[in-house]
Design a protein around this ligand. Structure first.
Ligand code: C2E
Ligand code: MG
Ligand code: MG
Ligand code: MG
Length: 288
C-alpha cells in the first residue's frame, strides 16, 4: 500500500516537472523568436520629486508583446533570459530604445534602465551604452543604471571596476530593491552608488507595520549620511507618499503617481505639468 502511494506521488511529481520543463522550453524558444522579431517594448514609469510631485525622471521597464499571450511582464521572462544568455541582447536593445526615447523628452528628465548582473559581466555593456548615448546626443548624467545587491555578491573586484568605468563616463548608479538581497552593508562604502531605492515590500506596509516604517526611516538616514539620494518605489497611497516625504525621501515612484506608460503618455504627463500650476495625479490604470 505504502509503495503504491509512493509511486503515485512520484508519478505526479515527475508529471509536474515535465510540465514545468515543457513550459520553460516553450518560453525559451519563444524568447529566441522574440529577440529576432523584436517583440519587446519599453514603458516608462515616472519618478517625482517627493515635495512637488513634479516629474524628474522615469524608469524604463521592458514588456514583451507576445503574438498569442499578449503583453508579458518581465517577471515572467527576465530570469529565463538570464539563464539562456539572451538577456544581453534584450538588455542592449532596452538601452538603445531607452536612449532613443530619452531624446524625445525634456533634457531635465533622467532616464533609468535596469541592468541584469549578467549584463555587468558582458563585454558589450560599455560599448552599447557609449554608442546609445552618443547616437542620441544624450548627456550621460541623464542616464541612471539600476542594479540589485545580487550583482555585488560575486566577482566584486570586477563589478567594482565596471561600476567605476560607468561612473567615469558620467553615468549614475542606483541600488535597486534595497534590503531584499543577501549582501552585507559594507558594500555601501565600497561601491559608488548615487542613489538607493527603497524596495516596495517595505513601502507597502508603511501604514500598518511599525517595523516597515523603521526600515524605511533607517534606509533614508543611511542614504543621507552616506551622501546618496533616495527613491521609494511601489508608492500606492497618499499616506505612504506623505510619510516618505516627511522622513526626507527625495523621490517617489509608484501607482499613486502613475503606472509605467508608453512614451507618448509620459510626454503628455510632463506637458500637463507645464500648463497647469497644480500637481496632476493621473488615475490608476493597468498599463495601456
Ligand atoms: P524593479 O526594477 O524593481 O521595477 C519596479 C517594478 O515594480 C515594476 O514591475 C513596476 O511596474 C512595479 N511597480 C511600480 N510601482 C508599483 C506600485 O505602486 N505597486 C506595485 N505593486 N508595483 C509597482 P515590472 O515592470 O513588472 O518589472 C519587474 C522587474 O523586472 C523590475 O523590478 C526589474 O527587476 C525587472 N526588469 C524590468 N525591466 C527590465 C529590463 O529592461 N532589464 C532587466 N534586466 N530587468 C528588468
Ligand atoms: Mg528597477
Ligand atoms: Mg525595484
Ligand atoms: Mg526588482
Amino acid at each position: 500500500q505504502a509503495k503504491k502511494v509512493g509511486k503515485a506521488n512520484w508519478c505526479m511529481f515527475t508529471q509536474e516537472l515535465d510540465d514545468r520543463a515543457r513550459a520553460r522550453l516553450q518560453v525559451e524558444s519563444d524568447l529566441h523568436h522574440a529577440v529576432n522579431e523584436n517583440e519587446f517594448k519599453v514603458y516608462f514609469q515616472p519618478q517625482v520629486n517627493a515635495h512637488t510631485h513634479e516629474i524628474v525622471g522615469c524608469e524604463t521597464l521592458v514588456r514583451w508583446q507576445h503574438p498569442t499571450r499578449g503583453l508579458v511582464y518581465p517577471g515572467e521572462f527576465i530570469e529565463h533570459a538570464e539563464d539562456n544568455g539572451l538577456i544581453t541582447r534584450i538588455g542592449d536593445w532596452v538601452l538603445r530604445a531607452a536612449m532613443s526615447e530619452a531624446r524625445k523628452l525634456p533634457e531635465h528628465i533622467r532616464v533609468s534602465v535596469n541592468i541584469s548582473p549578467v549584463q555587468i559581466h558582458s563585454a558589450n555593456l560599455i560599448p552599447t551604452i557609449v554608442h546609445a548615448i552618443a547616437a542620441n546626443n544624450i548627456d550621460p548624467t541623464r542616464l541612471e543604471l539600476e542594479i540589485t545587491e545580487n550583482v555585488l555578491m560575486s566577482d566584486t573586484e570586477f563589478t567594482l571596476q565596471r561600476l567605476h568605468q560607468l561612473k567615469d563616463l558620467g553615468i549614475r548608479i542606483a541600488l535597486d530593491d534595497f534590503g531584499t538581497g543577501y549582501s552585507s552593508l559594507s558594500y555601501l562604502r565600497r561601491f559608488p552608488f548615487d542613489r538607493i531605492k527603497i524596495d516596495k515590500s517595505f513601502v507597502r506596509d508603511i501604514e500598518t507595520r511599525s517595523d516597515s516604517r523603521s526600515i524605511a526611516v533607517a534606509t533614508l538616514s543611511l542614504a543621507k549620511s552616506l551622501g546618496m539620494r533616495c527613491t521609494a518605489e511601489g508608492v500606492e497611497t497618499r499616506y505612504q507618499a506623505d510619510f516618505l516625504r516627511d522622513c526626507g525621501c527625495d523621490e517617489l515612484q509608484g501607482f499613486f503617481i502613475s503606472r509605467a506608460q508608453p512614451l507618448e503618455k509620459l510626454q503628455h504627463m510632463i506637458e500637463l505639468k507645464k500648463v497647469k500650476e497644480k500637481v496632476t495625479l493621473i488615475q490608476d490604470q493597468r498599463d495601456f
